[in-house]
Design a protein around this ligand. Sequence first.
Ligand SMILES: [Zn+2]
Ligand SMILES: [Zn+2]
Length: 363
Amino acid sequence: MMPTGLVLTSPRTFERRHFAMPSIGPDEGLLRVEACGLCGTDHEQYSGDIASSYAFIPGHEVVGIVEEIGEGAAARWGVSQGQRVAVEVFQSCRECRNCRAGVYRRCSTNGLATMVGFADADNGPGLGGGYATHLYLGPDSMLLDIADSLDPVTATLFNPVGAGIRWAVELPQTKPGDVVAILGPGVRGLSAAAAAKEAGAGFVMVTGLGERDAERLALAPAFGADLTVDVSRDDPVRVLRSVVGGKADVVVDVTAKAPAALSQAIGLARVGGTVVLAGVRGSTETPGFDPDHIVYKELQILGALGVDIGAYRQAIDLLASGRYPFAELPRRVAGFDDIESLLQIMAGDRRGIPPIHGVFAPR
Ligand SMILES: [Zn+2]
Ligand SMILES: [Zn+2]
């Protein structure tokens, strides 16, 4: 079978393309893609909100089987042929100052152009993203091994669960007993709730907005939420106060395009609390936001973009533990023929409520 991929040649335009089987040198590898998780980045790439000047195969939450691997690559990556792995989105030269300091996401020789799911399809082997049967693994790839007991579709959650761990626990240094408020009940919000609970949080609240979030909020208790609030009906600050008698030690905002969430996050935090902003608003409008509250409450405001390999490892362990029903999340798995309609729903081009977990699987 010739490797096949869906190339996004311009916004909202896919082309199914066949590629030559890459010849794999000692420092390279080839992955047989089993599943690729979808997130907001995917529909923003599709719609052109994340612009590109070249054609590429999207898909950056990739899980698959190492089909071919060079000797040097096996030693460098610590994986072997036939193994199921997750692929880190960013690549690392392992040699520059940033890579050696562990901040490989700022690698001096890698960046957007070598990101999985954003590499030029007309350059080199071209198989640079997850909407494909195969993914080419260059020398700077980073791979995480996945237990055979974990099915590949659930395993694609290494990415959002890793985000939940980094955003709700590592960055704010959540401690046992903390009150944690999470804004946004999507897969990242649910993951953040589970991560906070695993870290020993004493109380976890998850908020959502209206009918679109109703199903997600209903799932939140199974992922560690002690309280859910629909902010279209109730004031989250008032509800939290009435239940725990105070405000949150840690607030994590994982909403997308929700301008009012910023003022809610600031309002929910206690004096001296920590607010992690991981959701982008896509707007300069911030209704109700009063920056003076940051001063009066001496808040710590932390921006969070992405995840790193340490959080991914913990995420894979948490998924494999089965302690939270990640495998049972409502999801839609799309193949080559129907991924476009799924992306259209996610982008809002087509009517319908997006699935909580969208996945591509080559078929
Ligand atoms: Zn993603
Ligand atoms: Zn580097």
